[in-house]
Design a protein around this ligand. Structure first.
Ligand code: 6GU
Length: 239
């Protein structure tokens, strides 16, 4: 069985060091997946190893050159192909992309090879999107993590990888815990709800008691209380 492989291409490889920590790091140590970070600068040519230039048509800021990006993406795809990965999902990080949600996280968790292209400045020359969209082994997706502007795609990549990797079978010990969490569509619901509030010991903390339903031992009553609170919390987010 082929395990998922996650490649990240960036001019700040050190930014990706959290990949070796916590859930993602543990999953990689356990052989459930592979991550690899590639420095875009290694594919830059010329004395200054420059990766950006001024935009055609004028305007503020700099645009990342398609030249090193093309070389880096081809190299990463070739290496993966040698390891048996035949299809590549190229994720281009941009605030102009499709917004990440739990449904997209589930979709990405199905794919065996993701390549994250972390743009900086005013983004990557659009011909990268055009070129790889026309290559049959590639599926290109432009993805954003929300309606605000970051300095680059590195943190967005970490966010996406954290959302995706916890959905990979075996990464989370108790797969049941994935079923009841926020933003996950359950059965006949037409809208994913956020999760009900949770409580643990002690039973009284700073005069606050745990809701009596949760300590009743009545599973029907607990389920009803949780469903009502999830609905209430979801409605509250709308104002
Ligand atoms: Cl993916 N990139 C940048 N630069 N800013 C963002 C983003 C991505 N998602 C939200 N803001």
């Amino acid at each position: 069985m082929i395990t998922p492989r996650y490649d990240v291409i960036t001019i700040f490889p050190d930014y990706m060091s959290p990949l070796s920590l916590s859930l993602i790091g543990k999953a990689e140590e356990r052989g459930l997946l592979t991550t690899k970070v590639t420095d875009l600068r290694n594919f830059a040519t010329g004395v200054h190893k420059s990766v950006d230039d001024t935009p055609y048509g004028g305007g503020a800021g700099m645009v990342m050159s398609p030249v090193p990006w093309g070389e880096a993406i081809d190299a990463v795809a070739h290496e993966a192909e040698a390891d048996g990965y035949e299809e590549h999902t190229l994720i281009i990080l941009t605030p102009a992309g499709r917004k990440l949600d739990q449904a997209l996280a589930y979709e990405l968790a199905q794919r065996k090879h993701l390549i994250f292209a972390c743009g900086r400045y005013e983004g990557i020359d659009y011909r990268i999107t055009e070129h790889y969209s026309a290559r049959p082994q590639f599926k290109v997706m432009e993805v954003s993590i929300g309606d605000y502007v970051l300095g680059g795609g590195e943190v967005a990549t970490l966010v996406i990888l954290e959302a995706v990797i916890r959905l990979i079978p075996g990464v989370i010990g108790n797969a049941e815990s994935l079923k009841e969490e926020s933003h996950t569509l359950v059965d006949e619901e037409t809208e994913p709800l956020v999760e009900y509030p949770n409580y643990t010991k002690p039973p009284v903390w700073r005069d606050l008691e745990v809701p009596t339903e949760l300590v009743s031992g009545n599973h029907g009553l607990i389920a009803k209380w949780r469903a009502a609170k999830a609905r209430e919390r979801t409605e509250k987010l709308k104002d």
